[in-house]
Design a protein. Structure first.
Length: 278
């Protein structure tokens, strides 16, 4: 729904988009482009959380001489930014393939735009692997990383308003004197952080989605700035808030599960190390 609302035409609001996709493509329409993100989500998440934690420990060691020292707000900001920057290397190709697969049945009715030979509305890619290799063969590495600038502008600040609110809310919600927060507190803090992050990042998420969807049948945008200007000129300021509801609503459960899984995994590994090396 998010991609269709942000880069598609004629879907209207979230409910209309849902009904349109279901009517035209049945239930399978909601799962298009899902296999590639599912296959890479473990690697992506481990890189993001690993880079964030490692950078945070490095800064604590550098500043305080103790990697376990409580990080400052500045340390968390730097660590979040580094994690966001590194994540783009993995996330851009994955998002590109997902969006191309989701948008290849999107009909286009734009004037003065030179369409590619494929007929709009008919499938171009047979699956995620075929999609990836087709883009790589026709557009090169630059094509695989289309939308990188927009993704950097989304993810670098996005992870700052992801990890920092999580840490702040977790600290606030944990009773004084507790050794560690409860699983529910972790789940809630993660969900709040995800909702805040995805909500605030929606404008640049719209730009990224449009840039990556661009190229299935047409080439409309020359780059990030051109996409921003064209979108604003054609549809006004409201275009940058397309998919806000979907982003915010999905951000809560996905991030809640992510942080809970991360924290529980860390506890399990630490417990295993303690038992192995008492």
């Amino acid at each position: 729904l998010q991609t269709r609302l942000q880069a598609g035409q004629g879907y209207g609001n979230t409910l209309k988009c849902f009904l349109t996709v279901y009517r035209n493509e049945s239930v399978t329409g909601f799962f298009k482009g899902m296999s590639f993100p599912m296959a890479t989500t473990g690697l992506y998440s481990s890189v993001v959380f690993g880079v964030f934690s490692s950078t945070q420990r490095f800064l604590s060691q550098l500043r305080h001489g103790d990697a376990a020292a409580a990080p400052s707000l500045a340390d968390m900001t730097v660590a979040s930014s580094v994690a966001g920057f590194v994540s783009v290397a993995i996330g851009t190709p994955v998002d590109l393939v997902k969006i191309r697969l989701q948008m290849q049945t999107q009909p286009y009715s734009k004037a003065n735009i030179k369409l590619k030979p494929s007929a709009p509305g008919s499938p171009v890619y047979r699956g995620p692997i075929h999609c990836f290799w087709t883009i790589l063969r026709k557009e090169g590495v630059a094509g695989v990383y289309r939308g990188t600038v927009a993704m950097l502008l989304r993810d670098v600040p996005g992870y700052c308003v992801y990890f920092i609110p999580y840490a702040v809310f977790l600290d606030w919600a944990t009773p004084e004197g507790s050794i560690s927060p409860s699983p529910f507190t972790v789940w809630l803090a993660g969900g709040v952080a995800g909702a805040i992050s995805w909500g605030l990042c929606t404008p640049m998420d719209v730009v990224k989605s449009r840039l990556q969807a661009d190229g299935v049948y047409l080439n409309q945008y020359k780059g990030t700035l051109d996409c921003i200007l064209q979108s604003y000129q054609n549809e006004g300021l409201k275009v940058f808030f397309r998919g806000l509801t979907v982003n915010t609503v999905r951000g809560f459960p996905s991030s809640a599960a992510m942080f809970l899984g991360y924290e529980l995994s860390l506890k399990a590994m630490k417990r295993g190390q303690t038992e192995t090396n008492p």
